[in-house]
Design a binder for this molecule. Structure first.
Ligand code: PRP
Ligand code: ZN
Length: 292
């Protein structure tokens, strides 16, 4: 594959699959607009010196290793399976899934040892073989590159080991969940060659800063509420996550408005405490970006 070298950062993402939409959503929040990509292989991002490459996810580690793409967004599952020489830069916090054994509904397998003698269809032969070895299981691994879930029905395998996210694929194919052998999420990887290119390294650093500000924003919410003046000191003391809030006077001089950035994880706990202190008009807003 030849891609024109125009000095732009080349970022590879999955062409069509679980990670495509989420990757583009992250890029958009980072100010990299990708529009009307349709069936195109390469798309420029207006206003940012990057080109997005749409590739089969299985091919991304190798393309990044060889420097055809400078960066890639890929599931750790594919990354580990392909054993490519790339630099892992950042966990992206989406695309969570599990690589797990799955059995036809009629099969009764409780313990890993019961896989002895079975034929296991998978797209992840390396990870599966390592699991079998580590657990001293003698089973036959059958490598299939796609639609692994139909292998038992076709009679070419007894069980499968595949990626499960929502569980829909298993359900539709009348398969039930077994042992989880690997947990994965989307990661950003870089070519080992990238650091030699100063200009691209600069673009990468800008991109990373943007990603981190989006990640920080995702884990926070903007809280606005009204509170009786008399409750302000006590309330702020009660809720450590309510660090240095902005306190705004209101027309009703018994009341003030409070604005603060709070961690998403504590929202309901904080809101309940605030209500008990007499808070009203509570609004929680998403934050798009948090620039350090
Ligand atoms: C995995 C797996 C299933 C699907 C499971 O494919 O092979 O097809 O996801 O998801 P579900 O539990 O939500 O139904 P993946 O997206 O990794 O893509 P690929 O195997 O086609 O590359
Ligand atoms: Zn794939």
């Amino acid at each position: 594959m030849t891609i024109q070298n125009n000095g732009n950062l080349k970022i590879a993402i999955q062409k069509k699959g679980r990670l495509t939409e989420k990757s583009l959503e992250l890029f958009n929040l980072c100010g990299l607009r990708v529009e009307n990509y349709g069936d195109r292989l390469v798309v420029a991002t207006p206003g940012f010196p990057a080109d997005i490459l749409f590739l089969r996810d299985d091919d991304i580690p190798e393309y990044v290793q060889d420097g055809v793409a400078d960066l890639g967004v890929i599931g750790e599952n594919v990354l580990v399976e392909k054993e490519a020489q790339v630099v892992e830069l950042e966990n992206l916090g989406f695309g969570g899934c599990q690589l797990m054994m799955a059995y036809p509904e009629y099969m009764d397998i409780q313990l890993p040892q019961e896989l002895n003698g079975k034929r296991i269809a998978t797209s992840y032969p390396r990870i599966v073989k390592k699991y079998l070895q580590d657990n001293n299981i003698q089973a036959k691994v059958i490598e299939i590159s796609g639609s692994v879930e139909i292998a038992p029905a076709l009679g070419i395998a007894d069980v499968i080991c595949d990626i499960v996210s929502t569980g829909n694929t298993l359900m539709v194919n009348k398969l039930k969940k077994g042992q989880v052998i690997f947990k994965s999420q989307a990661v950003l990887i870089a070519s080992p060659e990238l650091e030699k290119d100063l200009r691209k390294t600069e673009i990468l650093n800008d991109f990373l800063r943007r990603i981190r500000s989006v990640q920080a924003a995702r884990s926070s919410k903007y809280l606005m509420l009204n509170l009786p003046k008399t409750a302000v000191d006590r309330t702020i003391g009660l809720i450590p996550a309510l660090r240095s809030p902005t306190i705004v006077p209101l027309a009703d001089d018994e009341m003030v408005a409070i604005h603060a950035v709070i961690p998403s994880d504590y929202i309901w706990e904080i809101v309940d405490k605030l209500k008990r202190e007499g808070a009203s008009g509570i609004l929680l807003l998403p934050i798009e970006n948090m620039i350090p």
